[in-house]
Design a protein around this ligand. Structure first.
Ligand code: GAL
Length: 666
């Protein structure tokens, strides 16, 4: 279903069941003052909606939804299955999850369930059936919200029921036990299986003995598929009983959370939505926010998506929880819109006074409305209202970066050449180099069409299917520019090394042959002959058609190439064989970008982010000033944040924002 947002939504999780109903009137009044258009209701309300098996109590929800409807506030209605109620796990203890050590995980927090449990599944689907029947026609209903952050807390259960389902999943993938033995490489360490019932999840093994890597990988694939099956089961009930109402579930911060294969998940969504929580301890969290937003837009196939949750100010779950700086909420919200979101929502609308999240900020803070935060919330709501014309427009980019959750899982398996090689590290590094140059980037799946892109980046694609290299090959031959970083193309989908020299799948295209990995020790670094430096990783690489762009001055492979470039027909394939530092990465990427003829969205001072959205001939230039100094950007049109005309240039205050509808004389 193509989703049309129709506006820039603003709102968040709304948990009225935590409050006496006397508060609900005030909630609605304040939501009106803040311009809230979307409330996500009932996400953790199962125990409230069904206090005993089969005894449903919808009266309070009727009242909440009727109230929201009469206030003109739309509802993203949860299926409420994210956390089973205590009566369910008391009656069915087998519905609780089991960890790798065979220990049961107990209720008392949230999301304690085994995804294979029949009791959990049947009760959950019965609740969804009730909700869909009752509220399908409710005038407040804008969207259905299935579960919550699937994979959070319990991403994998290792119980016997899951083991049996794993075997079914494996039999489907490999047909016979011989296929499994081959894929898992069980000739190693006497692991050969004679029958399916010998096969188990990768439970805890004797100390220091690694579980079979392909078994681990397949268990992650299976676990992602299993949860997706549960999502689809609920979604299909909703589609049957509430046709035409779009359905979503919120993904998690995708540069940090890697429990699900989001490419597979995105294909099943009507609306792609995600949560993004800044890591205030990371000085570059605003660049990570841009990356996550770009990833989410990629999952939405370039179409509109929703930021479903972030914190209005502080969170409660970091060791130290700073508040957002004055003005930052507005800038951070507009950053998400700049990257293609058609909505900005938070957890949660009113801050809780009890429970584990009582020190998590809310739109309505504990201190009430005579507060800076509330004034900023009201201001933001008004701005998002003025941005309505941007809804449905798209971000354009001529650069793509390949990202893959299965490659991430493979890359970070145990017993690898270096624990310092982590999957998102190079994706962040390459993305940062582009971000700092003001260059827009799309995130694509391995093997996706690369039509229309001038430059494609492939960071650390350790695990890669056979059909991916040919796509990159024809992209380069057709005149494309490609950058691949180390530890890419190493194994096939079964985690078997591609022999004949690294980087296996991409060796010929890159025109290099790596004889041996020569990772560095902790705190070791190396220098390059062009003044660059690097750490973590080097390789004993020889040229096989490519030219050396830079070589190592020191370290285990002194004199050998570190960065190479290979002309292939009309295009160029670059290889970065080491973990270049920030400046060196920036220099390499600047050269690649210049060669590829890629231009920035607009010229902007360092730390000032620019993005453009387009709909037909209309374009909007977003300017987000992440610095402490005023910034002036060339632009002509109207700043729709303030309504002021912009002729030739606009000056944006420190921490400020502008959204210029471009064109005209200003
Ligand atoms: C999210 C979750 C919300 C809330 C929030 C707090 O991960 O979906 O329910 O717990 O974190 O930051």
């Amino acid at each position: 279903m193509a989703w049309e947002s129709g506006r820039i939504h603003f709102g968040g999780d709304y948990n009225p069941d935590q409050w006496p109903c006397a508060v609900w009137d005030e909630d609605r009044r304040l939501m009106g003052d803040a311009g809230v258009s979307l409330a996500s209701v009932g996400i953790f309300s199962w125990a409230h909606l069904e206090p005993a098996a089969g005894r449903y109590e919808f009266g309070w929800l009727d009242e909440v939804l009727d109230g929201l409807a009469s206030s003109g506030i739309g509802v993203d209605l949860a299926t409420a299955t994210a956390s089973p109620p205590p009566w369910l796990t008391t009656a069915h203890p087998e519905a609780l999850p089991t960890d790798r050590e065979g220990r049961r995980r107990w209720p008392g927090a949230r999301q304690a369930y085994c995804p294979s449990s029949t009791a959990w599944r049947e009760s959950g689907l019965a609740l969804v059936e009730q909700l869909a029947t009752r509220y399908a026609g409710h005038s407040s209903l804008r969207m259905w919200h299935v579960g919550n952050e699937y994979g959070c807390h319990t991403s994998r259960c290792y119980c016997d029921v899951c083991a049996a389902r794993f075997r079914v999943w494996l039999a489907d993938r490999y047909t016979d036990i011989g296929g499994l033995n081959h894929a898992w490489g069980t000739a190693f360490w006497s692991q050969r299986y004679s029958a399916w019932d010998e096969v188990l999840p990768p439970r805890i093994t004797p100390d220091g003995a690694w579980a079979n890597p392909t078994q681990q990988l397949d268990y992650r694939r299976f676990a992602s598929d299993l949860l997706l099956e549960e999502f689809v089961a609920e979604r299909d009930v909703l589609r049957r009983l509430s046709p035409g109402v779009p359905i979503t579930t919120n993904f998690m911060v995708m540069t940090r959370f890697n429990q699900l294969d989001y490419w597979a998940w995105a294909a099943e969504m009507d609306v792609v939505s995600t949560d993004y929580y800044p890591d205030f301890a990371d000085p570059h969290t605003h660049i990570e926010a841009a990356l996550c937003a770009d990833m989410t837009r990629g999952l939405a196939d370039g179409g509109p998506w929703l930021l479903m949750e972030t914190s209005p100010s502080a969170v409660n779950w970091q060791p130290r929880n700073p508040a957002r700086r004055p003005g930052a909420l507005r800038r951070d919200a507009l950053q998400q819109i700049a990257h293609g979101a058609d909505g900005f929502n938070v957890f949660q609308i009113r801050a809780s006074v009890a429970g584990a999240e009582k020190f998590h900020s809310g739109l309505i803070p504990h201190a009430g409305t005579d507060t800076r935060l509330w004034r900023e919330v009201v201001e933001l709501g008004a701005i998002l209202g003025r941005l309505e014309e941007v809804a449905g427009s798209r971000v354009e980019a001529s650069v793509a970066m390949v990202f893959d959750w299965q490659a991430w899982w493979g890359c970070e398996l145990d017993s690898h050449p270096s624990v310092d090689v982590t999957y998102p590290d190079r994706a962040r590094a390459l993305h940062r180099a582009l971000w700092e140059s003001g260059i827009a980037v799309d995130i694509v799946a391995p093997g996706a069409s690369l039509e229309g892109y001038s430059l494609v980046l492939v960071p650390t694609l350790y695990l890669v299917d056979d059909d991916v290299a040919p796509v990159l090959d024809s992209f380069v031959r057709g005149g494309g520019h490609l950058v691949v970083t180390y530890f890419s193309g190493i194994v096939d989908r079964n985690d078997h090394v591609r022999p004949g020299g690294y980087p296996g799948a991409f060796r010929d295209l890159l025109g290099v042959l790596v004889e041996e990995f020569t990772p560095l020790l902790e705190h070791e670094s190396v220098h390059l002959d062009d003044g660059g430096s690097a750490d973590v990783w080097t390789e004993d690489l020889r040229l096989a058609g490519a030219e050396a762009v830079s070589t190592y001055r020191d370290g285990p492979v002194a004199g050998k190439p570190a960065v190479t470039r290979h002309h292939v027909e009309d295009g160029v394939a670059w290889y970065i064989a080491t973990r270049t530092d920030v400046d060196t990465t920036a220099r390499v990427i600047a050269r690649v970008v210049a060669d590829a003829g890629v231009s920035p969205v607009a010229a902007a001072p360092p730390g000032v982010e620019v993005q453009r959205r387009r709909s037909g001939d209309t374009t909007w230039l977003f300017v987000l000033n992440h610095t402490d100094a005023e910034a002036t950007i060339d632009a002509t049109g109207t700043d729709i944040v303030t309504g002021s005309a912009v002729s030739a240039s606009i000056t944006v205050a420190p921490g400020g924002v502008a959204v210029v509808r471009e064109g005209g004389d200003g």
